[in-house]
Design a protein around this ligand. Structure first.
Ligand code: GYE
Length: 311
């Protein structure tokens, strides 16, 4: 092959690019939409896709990437389940001359030349938007009117970029308002079941006085709704709920009044990923960071957006 990276891949020789994609898992509605987008855009772009699902385990992703290196794919793309622990395998890819594109989640590595570019959201900004809504609606969020806005937090997968950054952005903004504080914070692993179980425990620890749930994704928020209803409380009223993603089920719950605010995180990264891959394999320069554009939704906005929502 004559790919820019000088690998044994065939990108450029017969025009077909082979991409190895190591996906996080199938933990959420966001992830399903992301996987569909990647598969569909690979097909549309004529990219031959090798796809693996790591079931939220880093060791599975590492071995998938090693397989792609052995297969001499033209480009490796992956969404790292956690931020750290990638140096060795990325050095192996580099030594094999295979370019790496990060999608969705970032890595924390010493050497930034271990990947070509990172395509995905700004998760700190998402956390800030969630925090800003709460600061702006603090009086209303204090459902029991005791003057304290008591927040419980459902964190994403421990060590994952969106969990770390969404927590950081949110905390930074609510720090400006000393009526708001987080009383309990735990991981629900970005799953509906995880969100439900952790919320049950939160409610047991504090049967009264929880004003707000901040969930790092819709699925955990939807799980929390089940726990809140099972405890005889009304989600969206007795306890306000803020989530991130804006997948269909989340938007429906928002329009139904069970969630109060959603920060959008766009999973449709496939088309941009294929475009970047084609450029990278052709040896063209690409930006080292490509940030996706996103908005936020109130209950009224969700009701309006729902009919046209694709995922
Ligand atoms: O918000 C969550 C998923 O990495 C942005 O992972 C992604 C997150 C998304 O499980 O639903």
């Amino acid at each position: 092959g004559d790919s820019a990276a000088g690998s044994g891949g065939n990108g450029g020789s017969d025009g077909t690019i082979t991409m190895g994609f190591a996906q996080v898992g199938a933990e959420s509605g966001w992830r399903t939409a992301n996987t569909d987008s990647i598969k569909q855009s690979a097909e549309d772009a004529g990219v031959e896709l090798q796809f693996s699902d790591a079931q939220q385990k880093q060791e599975n992703q590492i071995s998938a990437i090693r397989t792609y290196i052995q297969q001499k794919v033209d480009v490796i793309a992956f969404s790292p389940v956690v931020e750290t622990g990638w140096d060795a395998v990325l050095q192996e890819a580099k030594a094999a001359g295979i370019p790496v594109i990060l999608t969705d989640r970032a890595v924390d590595v010493q050497d930034d030349s271990l990947y070509v570019t990172f395509l995905g959201s700004d998760f700190v900004e998402e956390g800030q938007k969630a925090g800003q809504w709460l600061v702006d609606n603090a009086a209303e969020a204090d459902a029991d009117g005791d003057g304290d806005v008591n927040v419980v937090e459902l964190q994403g997968t421990t060590g994952a970029a969106p969990a770390i950054d969404r927590k950081e952005g949110f905390e930074e903004v609510i720090a400006d308002d000393d009526t708001i504080s987080i009383s309990q914070s735990q991981t629900g692993d970005f799953t509906r079941d995880g969100g439900k179980q952790v919320m049950e425990a939160f409610l047991q620890n504090e049967p009264e006085g929880i004003d707000v749930v901040y969930a790092h994704n819709d699925d955990m928020g939807l799980g929390a709704i089940e726990a809140i209803e099972a405890a005889g409380l009304t989600p969206g009223e007795d306890i306000k709920i803020i989530t991130v993603d804006a997948v269909k089920d989340g938007m429906q719950a928002l329009a139904d009044g069970k969630i109060n605010f959603i920060v959008e995180c766009n999973p449709l990264l496939g088309p941009q990923l294929m475009e970047l891959a084609e450029k990278v394999v052709a040896g063209e320069e690409v930006e080292s960071r490509v940030v996706t554009e996103e908005t936020t939704f109130t209950q009224e906005q969700a009701a309006e957006a729902l009919p046209d929502r694709q995922y």
